[in-house]
Design a protein around this ligand. Sequence first.
Ligand SMILES: *[C@@H]1O[C@H](CO)[C@@H](O)[C@H](O)[C@H]1NC(C)=O
Ligand SMILES: *[C@@H]1O[C@H](CO)[C@@H](O)[C@H](O)[C@H]1NC(C)=O
Length: 259
Amino acid sequence: MVMKQFLLAFAAAVLWSSVVSAQTPDFAYYNLSLIWPATFCFSAPRNCISPIPKIFTINNGLWPTLQNGTQVPPYDPAESNCNYSPVAPADIVNAVAPIKTRLQTKWPNLLNGGSNELFWQVEWGGQGMCSDYPQDPLTYFTINLNLAENSKYDPLKALGVQPSSTTAYPISILLANVKRNVGFYPQISCIIQGSNKLYLREVRFCFRRAKPPTQLQDCPTTMDYVCSSVPAAQQSVIFPPPPATISGHDVSWELLASA
Ligand SMILES: *[C@@H]1O[C@H](CO)[C@@H](O)[C@H](O)[C@H]1NC(C)=O
Ligand SMILES: *[C@@H]1O[C@H](CO)[C@@H](O)[C@H](O)[C@H]1NC(C)=O
């Protein structure tokens, strides 16, 4: 009898620990990555939607991240590594239908012929399922839009400079501008083109974990590895203007600049 009770208690403890291990990891902040389509679409050879958006769009939605910058890995059904039975990616398309127009504008798949729905499913699988909204994709996508559409976090304002095909802006100045304008340091990400020229690819904001996240914090690192791969004296980025659209077609600013 005692043995049986002991075994039952043991079984309950094992069951409980497996439930606990499926709880959301103890992440500290969410990282929201806003991409500059003109840079993304210029980095060769890209075939982008036309016209190329002239606003920053969401590339990676709110991504649960530990305080030391380690990203919570995507949901793994074999391990139930974060939340318990989150909504499956296949089931989110209907769920987000009420905000589809907003998503199409602010969270498009920039690749020509790429499916928006597939992109959103990948985003859900990568970050949403391990967020604090595993059962509620509509809320997860809505809070991403609410932050990304808030003019306070519009990099076009926060960076404090205008796009230019001729000026290279020191990253340190851009970081200082964002700090002054929104109160906290973002992370800037770059691509390298040609002879070691850096282009501004993304501005990432780190929001303290909350339901919903609203309060920024400093990102633990202010440049990605590409920006920091060049010597400090060369850490300046080109922030290219969006291409001109002439009779429905994008005209590369590079061609314009070299004309
Ligand atoms: C970050 O923290 C986690 C959890 O404490 C740890 O497993 C991981 O090794 C740390 N990563 C780095 C780069 O310090
Ligand atoms: C933010 O997310 C991107 C992926 O979108 C990742 O490469 C980067 O390391 C993250 N940065 C921070 C500060 O968490």
